[in-house]
Design a protein around this ligand. Structure first.
Ligand SMILES: [Mn+2]
Length: 425
């Protein structure tokens, strides 16, 4: 959808202004630092969720923007477009049953033609599907009825099989299981049944796969959640074994939780598996990453960079990096471009932190200096570095700018129609 000549035309137009800013910044940082961060930025890819390519909604309504992908093939085309624009979105995360491939090999080849691989597969036992034998109204893996639990286990194993055909290497399990009223369930029985189900799913994992146990504090259940916080997720992951990890979704905490500390300790224990990026002010708002609390995003990346180095993990491949967002009032593709940019900016700033100086300040209880060191990195405008990384990777200097110059949404509406509705949230 983006022709090479359009990309070079865009970059030629913006090159002079970019070079001016980049040269100044590289001189400020020193070329060694600039090159070190650039190399890591070029490698760093963030998976796009198949369910975030259409308009989201709230329980009050949904206002579609038009031109949404009508099939898995069109979803892959949309992610391919994002990747062509920023060369930072080289993976797609699928949701079953919304994205069941009719021909796995053909879908895998289509994705490869866009330079995409398949990130974590996501199962769905939080909705009832047409023709389903048993209802998840009162939970899935925690359910009192063994037949419901069996159905949920079988669904997850089915998702693994679809993922294997596509070359995915991980399964993310998010359960809506829990209770809405005190007394409704036994916390202990709900936990034990859920653990039993997860064990059966774990046993079906291929040798080189991981399972991510995602937690969430509340919603859709409003009294208790059976995988409610990182402690509970860590319990499941520890009991399951070495292929099981905790997945942190930024929106799944109670207000003001210190997510950077959670991340640090999970990494220390070798149990942090992956991330769902988004931003929020009140609850699981699923807003654009970095749009509300960019400093928190930076502090999280500060712990990620530090903790991954301490464990010798490769930044680009050591953890699963995914966006999990919903777009109610923005063009989904524009929103995703903004999220990727914010994530990479926070990552770059974390790479800029002077770790030796910070460690010295900490050991000497120099609190003011420690704050200065972190904020010096956060307040450095590294956007020219991101643009340079894109330029070197063959992407657009301004992905959002090119998206708008080419009027891509208008073209998508012309092809797919104004009323096209993507499957998903
Ligand atoms: Mn999530």
């Amino acid at each position: 959808m983006i022709e090479p000549y359009q990309l070079s035309h865009h970059n030629a137009q913006h090159e002079a202004a970019h070079q001016r800013k980049f040269t100044f910044l590289a001189e400020e940082l020193g070329s060694e630092t600039a090159e070190r961060i650039l190399a890591r930025l070029i490698d760093f890819q963030i998976a796009i969720p198949s369910w975030a390519l259409g308009t989201g909604g709230t329980r009050f309504g949904r206002f579609a923007g038009g031109g949404e992908p009508r099939s898995l093939e069109e979803k892959i085309a949309d992610v391919g477009l994002l990747h062509a624009l920023n060369k930072s979105s080289g993976a797609i995360s699928l949701h079953i049953p919304w994205d069941i491939p009719s021909d796995g090999e053909a879908i895998k080849q289509l994705a490869a033609s866009h330079g995409l691989v398949f990130d974590a597969m996501n199962s769905n036992t939080f909705q009832d599907q047409a023709g389903q034998a048993h209802s998840y109204k009162f939970g899935s893996l925690q359910h009192t009825d063994a037949r419901v639990r069996k159905q949920a286990v079988e669904h997850n194993i089915d998702v693994i099989r679809h993922g294997e055909a596509l070359g995915s290497k991980s399964l993310t399990v998010w359960l809506s299981d829990g209770s809405s009223f005190p007394g409704q369930l036994s916390f202990r029985k709900a936990f034990e049944r859920t653990l039993d189900g997860l064990r059966e799913i774990y046993a079906a994992l291929p040798a080189d796969w991981k399972i991510f146990v995602e937690y969430k504090a509340f919603e859709p259940n409003f009294y208790s959640t059976t995988v409610g916080d990182w402690g509970q997720s860590y319990l499941y992951a520890s009991k399951l074994g070495p292929k099981a990890y905790t997945l942190v979704d930024l929106g799944h905490h109670l207000p003001n939780a210190n997510i950077e500390q959670i991340v640090s300790l999970l990494l220390m224990e070798g149990k942090l598996g992956g991330f769902h990026f988004n931003d929020s002010k009140y609850g699981d708002d699923d807003l654009t990453a970095g749009s509300i609390k960019p400093y928190q995003l930076f502090l999280i990346f500060n712990e990620l960079a530090d903790g991954m180095d301490a464990r010798g993990l490769d930044h680009a491949t050591g953890l699963g990096w995914m966006i999990d967002a919903s777009h109610n009032v923005k063009d989904p593709l524009e929103d995703l471009l903004q999220s990727v940019e914010a994530i990479k900016l926070a990552y770059a700033q974390a790479l800029l932190v002077d770790r030796t100086a910070l460690e010295n300040a900490r050991e000497n209880n120099d609190v003011a200096a420690a704050q200065e060191i972190l904020q010096a990195a956060f307040r450095t405008d590294l956007r020219p570095l991101l643009a340079e990384a894109r330029l070197r990777a063959g992407a657009a200097i301004s992905p959002l700018g090119l998206f708008r110059e080419q009027q891509i949404r208008r073209k998508l509406i012309e092809t797919r129609g104004l009323k096209a509705v993507a499957t998903g949230l």
